[in-house]
Design a protein around this ligand. Sequence first.
Ligand code: F6R
Length: 237
Amino acid sequence: MKFYTVESYEKLCQDASAIIAEQIKSKPNTVLGLATGSTPIGTYKKLAEMNKAGELDFSKVVTINLDEYAGIDASNDQSYRYFMNKNLFDNINIDKNNTFVPNGKAEDLNKECEAYDERIKAYGGIDLQLLGIGHDGHIGFNEPDSVFETKTHVVKLTDMTIKANARFFENEDEVPKSALTMGMFGIFNAKKILMIVNGKEKKEILEKAFFGPITPEVPASILQLHGDVTVIYTEDK
Ligand code: F6R
């Protein structure tokens, strides 16, 4: 595991975007696993700038997002599909047909989850998975639990996650109570993992996840067993 600290959020975004750009340059049809949340926004901005400057081509890239709220339409500005379009896909030359986010409005959510895993397999797995980490150690929406859920599944969000995500909604009551998330199989089987984390308040969970016991109570801790993980951290917000 490569774990390092940088002096600013700006530097974190620079480093993360450089790693992603290198991956795409070495394999133009890279399968990129992507995350939402506030942490990756600056990285996505830098990737879009590189694309605009003609330095980075997304025309063959495939993206697979980690998660989506249940019961929310892609046109809803709180959906993760909307977030991805706004923060990345609308700003780069990617073919939107090659961008995948779980469908939170699918009639049968369990079927949607199964199909999502099949799709990841069909693309040969994820080459590089970008991750953030929640205050409780969640990755994607894999919340602390007594077992590691392997497959893409429907999950009930914890109060902590609902509270943390309320900042994006008018009020806490509007935060959906469940979501679809890629399980540990999809994430852990990614060939490379890149986790980006910022803010002093994430320091404690980061230490637990990477230097504490491996337990489903801290979902990210399983990444200690992965052979190619880079974690970039900055206190800067
Ligand atoms: C969202 C996701 C989440 C976030 C985590 C941290 O797709 O995967 O696990 O990475 O909640 O979110 P921020 O970056 O907002 O602190």
